[in-house]
Write a protein that binds this ligand. Structure first.
Ligand SMILES: NC(=O)C1=CN([C@@H]2O[C@H](COP(=O)(O)OP(=O)(O)OC[C@H]3O[C@@H](n4cnc5c(N)ncnc54)[C@H](O)[C@@H]3O)[C@@H](O)[C@H]2O)C=CC1
Ligand SMILES: O=C(CO)COP(=O)(O)O
Length: 314
């Protein structure tokens, strides 16, 4: 009997289906277009019918912009159970965290978030990978971890849903910033500074949203920042790199093999940060370049012109 359903036939949904099978489950994958699902395991059932994927644990692995609607469609088809947010971004309609939106839409069913340094191709190949499952209910997090975990997919649990989800969304914006810097050739010192100041920015965000400071140093925070801010495997980093090398936003997006979540997240994150009264200079710079036509060199110079001599932890 199907015990884990995966919604989303892209790179991550397909990898999660393989991971669930490796963990001993009987997964079934729903894809909007089953013929184009990127599944590498022919033994896993793929369907385009949501009524065919009614399992007690459902992994939402479509892009962030589609999570709310796909989760609602799944419920309408009769789906009930633990909804696990596997996307990294905000709900574009409201600018809210996806877990918040799902809770509000259907408070009776539990919500969890899966996040961490997990390139889909590596995880599906079975190389050692670790991630975090967060839920307000420890038993829910433990159940999801048990359903998906295996020796090469090590899952830790957390009660900090807000921090884990915010970290996963934020790191994509930071990866774009690092890609831009590398594309411009600013050097390794600059990338290290950006990563570290980006983590300070994330810490302010997590604190303002009511998350826990230690989450910033965990797999969904530091772990995923290290991964995506330094690797050409990251679509967000590579997108930024193409921008830094002079490509237009449109050309850089068109060259990506999959969704570039940070491109949509920057604006939502900035709006949310402003509403909270936060100083988010890296996010602001990425948003200016992507959405307000700002010049790259002038934006970089603007970041460097910020006051020096301020307390590092302020
Ligand atoms: N690829 C990776 O290594 C990882 C990705 N993620 C996150 O997972 C989410 C999905 O990413 P990927 O699978 O990599 O993207 P992808 O670009 O490979 O695939 C996205 C899939 O979603 C489908 N889709 C798009 N809009 C849809 C809609 N409205 N309804 C139904 N299906 C729709 C597309 O047809 C495509 O199959 C993103 O939020 C990403 O940040 C998280 C961890 C790792
Ligand atoms: O989230 C990811 C790895 O943890 C995937 O990163 P990209 O979306 O930048 O490829």
């Amino acid at each position: 009997m199907t015990d884990v359903a995966i919604l989303g036939g892209g790179a991550w949904g397909s990898a999660l289906a393989v991971l669930a099978k490796r963990a001993g489950r009987t997964p079934v994958l729903w894809a909007r277009d089953p013929a184009r699902a990127k599944l590498t395991d022919p033994g896993i059932l793929v369907t385009g019918d949501l009524a065919g994927v009614l399992a007690p644990v459902v992994l939402l692995a479509v892009p962030a912009a589609a999570v709310r609607a796909v989760a609602a469609d799944w419920r309408r088809a009769g789906g009930r159970g633990i909804r696990v947010v596997c996307a990294k971004g905000f709900d574009p309609g409201t600018g809210r965290l996806l877990s918040d939106v799902l809770e509000a839409d259907a408070p009776d069913d539990p919500v969890a978030v899966l996040s961490g340094p997990t390139f889909a191709a590596e995880a599906a190949r079975g190389v050692p990978t670790a991630a975090t499952v967060a839920s307000a209910d420890g038993q829910v997090a433990a159940r999801v971890a048990a359903a998906l975990g295996s020796p090469t997919f090590r899952l830790y649990t957390s009660a900090d849903v807000v921090g884990v989800e915010a970290a996963g969304a934020f790191k994509n914006v930071l990866a774009i910033a690092c890609g831009i810097a590398d594309g411009m050739g600013t050097g390794d010192n600059a990338r290290a500074a950006l990563i570290t100041r980006g983590l300070a920015e994330l810490a302010r965000l997590v604190a303002a949203l009511g998350g826990r400071p230690e989450t910033v140093m965990g797999l969904a925070g530091l772990g995923d920042v290290v991964l995506t801010c330094t690797s050409g495997q990251s679509r967000n980093y590579s997108f930024g790199r193409r921008l830094g090398e002079g490509a237009s936003r449109e050309a850089a997006l068109a060259a990506s093999p999959g969704v570039v979540e940070g491109a949509a997240t920057a604006a939502s994150l900035l709006a949310r940060g402003r509403a909270l009264g936060l100083d988010l200079p890296v996010t602001e710079a990425v948003d200016a370049v992507l959405n307000r036509g700002a010049d790259l060199a002038a934006t970089a110079a603007g970041l460097l012109a910020r006051p020096t001599g301020v307390p590092e932890t302020g």
